[in-house]
Design a protein around this ligand. Structure first.
Ligand SMILES: NC(=O)c1ccc[n+]([C@@H]2O[C@H](COP(=O)([O-])OP(=O)(O)OC[C@H]3O[C@@H](n4cnc5c(N)ncnc54)[C@H](OP(=O)(O)O)[C@@H]3O)[C@@H](O)[C@H]2O)c1
Length: 244
């Protein structure tokens, strides 16, 4: 038996239009799954490979999770779901998260929408005895001085992973999470496009390189597979040793 064969499985990656979610989506596709992704733009052709978006072979739908009614109305057009990955995320720089408008926006996208998406697909996941994977962050383990909303949302995401893990085990759904360290995506360009900041960041990572979406995908495949059949409510740190 090949435990990493996802042939015949239906996967949805919210926030799968770019970066980490996109890497996870392409990894499930490469292992045989039919993969749906969502992002904020109108259509798949609005995304470019240079931004970390590879949408070939994926079914794309638009979904802006900052609008709760959009999640309610969302219909990606499938009636079976084995694996739901929640990789949507936003951050506001330049102290915008110290204003309530910015704080609320980030909490809505990074935390409230996790619960909205998880509950929306609960019955399909239960029917399939499926798996839910929540992408939080190593920010859940320490302060991130300029980004109080990002930090609170990611700490909340980790707590939600634990609690849904316990609550939904009886429905046959395994809920787990991934906490990435520093991964090269459009979200982190503010660090990676500045040579001095990039050098400082790499210096702090024991493996001496940034993470890639493919590094995160390895953890997602494992957590969704029968290799992880007795793992529930855990968030796996995938950070090259950054927070050791
Ligand atoms: N990169 C890192 O170092 C790092 C570290 C720890 C955790 N993370 C987390 O990893 C996840 C993925 O981030 P990433 O680094 O891959 O960044 P990214 O490339 O910017 O991807 C973010 C994803 O979230 C989607 N998204 C953003 N706002 C949304 C909204 N209002 N409604 C629906 N979807 C929305 C984006 O859609 P569009 O493509 O349309 O913008 C995109 O698909 C996030 O939860 C992030 O917090 C990242």
């Amino acid at each position: 038996m090949n435990e990493l064969d996802f042939g015949g499985k239906e996967v949805l990656v919210v926030g799968g239009s770019s970066g980490i979610g996109n890497g996870i989506a392409q990894a499930f596709r490469a292992k045989g799954a039919r993969v749906h992704v969502s992002g904020t733009r109108n259509s798949a052709s609005d995304y470019k490979a240079e931004e970390g978006s590879h949408l070939d072979g994926l079914q794309y739908s638009q979904l802006d999770v900052s609008d709760p009614s959009a999640v309610e109305k969302f219909n990606p057009g499938f009636d079976r779901l084995d694996i739901l990955v929640l990789s949507q995320g936003a951050v506001v720089y330049r102290r915008g998260e110290f204003e309530m408008e910015g704080f609320r926006k980030v909490l809505e996208v990074n935390l409230m929408s996790l619960m909205a998406c998880a509950t929306k697909f609960h019955s399909l996941l239960a029917a399939a005895k499926g798996s839910l994977i929540i992408v939080s962050s190593t920010a859940a383990y320490h302060s991130t001085m300029g980004n109080p909303a990002y930090n609170a949302s990611k700490t909340g995401a980790m707590g939600l992973t634990r609690t849904l893990g316990e609550a939904w085990a009886e429905n046959g759904i395994r809920v787990n999470g991934i906490a990435p360290g520093l991964v090269d995506t459009k979200m982190t360009k503010v660090t990676t496009s500045n040579p001095k900041r990039l050098e400082g960041a790499i210096e702090r990572i024991p493996l001496k390189r940034l993470g890639t979406p493919a590094d995160m995908a390895g953890a997602a495949l494992f957590l969704a597979s029968p290799l992880a059949s007795y793992i529930v409510g855990q968030t796996l740190i995938v950070d090259g040793g950054l927070i050791l």
